[in-house]
Design a protein around this ligand. Structure first.
Ligand SMILES: C[C@@H](N)C(=O)N[C@H](C)C(=O)O
Length: 209
């Protein structure tokens, strides 16, 4: 499983396309408020990501819709989340050094230097039917510890129906050109360094914004 902390991700150059951020609600997508912030960052993605989300929604089976939870995240917030998660892990893993803790933390929160959310390149989302959120086996943003790693996209310790729904989500999102972060079934991105590493693109398309 390629982690965001892998040196190959940080080695990818970035040639920013200069696209603005767009509000996913203006694209006709459903947005959940659990990660809402006063500035409205959580609702915005780069234009090219927004186009692909609209395509992903079209690729879903009849009756299903995407339920967007979090998009852009300011760099300072990413740093805070990462520092807090490292502190939590360090407290429960005595004997691990800071580098080992940071690598494990990157299963759940990206190291700030390569983080896709501050670039407007990533989206955390799930599925809904008639506006009702579906159960994909864990809550969105479950940690590996709390979920016994059931948050991993390919986890086998989830009910068969949750597995099937992850496949439904995955087919639409991959079909629209986004890539998944394997430790998190809900995290998808396009145009960031992780996406470039996985797809073999020569450069990432979006820098932090
Ligand atoms: C925890 C989740 N919301 C998240 O955003 N994780 C990824 C890896 C990130 O920080 O980019």
């Amino acid at each position: 499983m390629l982690l965001l902390s892998d040196p190959s991700v940080a080695a990818v150059p970035v040639h920013d396309l200069g696209e603005p951020l767009v509000d996913v609600r203006e694209l006709g997508l459903a947005l959940d408020h659990r990660k809402a912030d006063p500035q409205g960052s959580w609702a915005r993605v780069r234009e090219g990501v927004g186009r692909r989300l609209v395509r992903a929604q079209q690729l879903l089976p009849e009756g299903f819709s995407l339920l967007v939870v979090e998009c852009h995240r300011p760099a300072a917030l990413q740093q805070r989340y990462f520092d807090e998660h490292c502190a939590e892990l360090a407290a429960t893993r005595p004997g691990r050094n800071a580098e080992q803790v940071a690598i494990e933390a990157s299963q759940h929160i990206s190291p700030p230097g390569v983080a896709p959310h501050p670039c407007g390149a990533a989206v955390d989302l799930t599925l809904a039917v008639d506006g009702r959120e579906l159960d994909l086996g864990t809550r969105v943003n479950a940690t590996p510890d709390e979920s016994d790693e059931a948050c991993f996209t390919a986890a086998t310790n989830v009910p068969a129906e949750a597995h099937r729904l992850r496949d439904v989500l995955g087919a639409a999102m991959s079909g629209a050109g986004l890539v998944n972060y394997p430790p998190e079934w809900w995290h998808w991105s396009f145009g960031d360094r992780y996406w470039a590493t996985v797809t073999g693109a020569p450069a990432a398309l979006y820098a932090p914004i």
